[in-house]
Design a protein around this ligand. Structure first.
Ligand SMILES: C[S@@+](CC[C@H](N)C(=O)[O-])C[C@H]1O[C@@H](n2cnc3c(N)ncnc32)[C@H](O)[C@@H]1O
Length: 248
């Protein structure tokens, strides 16, 4: 079966324009040499790091996303090693001084046992004196998405002159602690005729701080730093993010 992101890989860069975390990753990865980036996607974080001279091994489960990353790197004359793999179960047979899971993508693993498996895979790829950084949303900021109405989020003009309407509704299952984002992409031609409609439904698991800390410990990793934002602020109950530096 195709990865969910393959459905929208050609649209991803159109609607994901965030750059609030780039300065953070550039500073944290500076001097690392080799970086293993898990869930690299189309290279939103990868490309700035490649530009800084880092060697990146980019893992992702979507062929479509990785294809775009490769093409964008090539256009800039940069080289990236891409690996099509599931973060829950992969083995590159080597370790890295820096391993990152950016953009809160660890939360796309919705089963607790799979989160532990992913953290164990991260551990297996971490050099003895290496460091890893993972990022999650702080649940206090994420849980209130329950049952929102379908809303028009954005309108884009496509290269072919067609218009793309992006609609979204978020649901949250409090018992399972799983959120689902129902995203509809409608492409209309110049006559207003619907050309194509796509449904994309990324799911994410919400973790309280204590729960993720417990899973990190179960995977044999130590938390050596914790930040609440990409401005390196302290992690508090009100922080937007939970960013953890991990070591063996
Ligand atoms: C929100 S995107 C983030 C991409 C990129 N890091 C960024 O910041 O734009 C999440 C990415 O995680 C990947 N992904 C989701 N589940 C995965 C899994 N089990 N193993 C590997 N990659 C996965 C998706 O294919 C997608 O490219």
């Amino acid at each position: 079966m195709k990865n969910n992101y393959d459905r929208i890989a050609d649209l991803y860069d159109l609607y994901v324009t965030a750059d609030y975390d780039i300065a953070f990753w550039r500073r944290e990865c500076a001097g690392a040499g080799n970086v293993l980036e898990i869930t690299a996607g189309t290279g939103r974080v990868t490309l700035p790091l490649l530009t800084d001279g880092l060697r990146i091994t980019a893992v992702d489960a979507s062929y479509g996303q990785l294809e775009r990353l490769r093409r964008k790197a090539e256009e800039k004359g940069l080289t990236v090693e891409t690996v099509h793999a599931d973060m829950r179960d992969f083995d590159l047979g080597r370790t890295f001084p820096m391993v990152i899971i950016p953009f809160q993508s660890l939360q796309e693993i919705t089963e607790r046992c799979d989160t532990t498996a992913t953290l164990r895979r991260l551990r297996a790829h971490l050099a003895p004196d290496g460091r890893a950084i993972i990022t999650l949303h702080n649940p206090a900021k994420q849980k209130d998405a329950d049952g929102s109405a379908l809303r028009l989020i954005e309108e884009y003009e496509l290269k072919n002159g067609n218009r793309m309407l992006f609609w979204r509704s978020n649901m949250y299952d409090a018992d399972a602690r799983i959120g689902t984002s129902y995203q509809l992409y409608e492409e209309y031609d110049v006559d207003g005729v619907l050309h194509r409609k796509r449904l994309f439904t990324p799911r994410y698991r919400v973790f309280e701080r204590a729960e993720i800390e417990d899973l990190i410990a179960q995977a044999g990793l130590r938390i050596t730093r914790a930040w609440g934002g990409y401005d390196w602020s302290d992690l508090t109950a009100d922080s937007c993010f939970m960013i953890f530096e991990l070591r063996l």
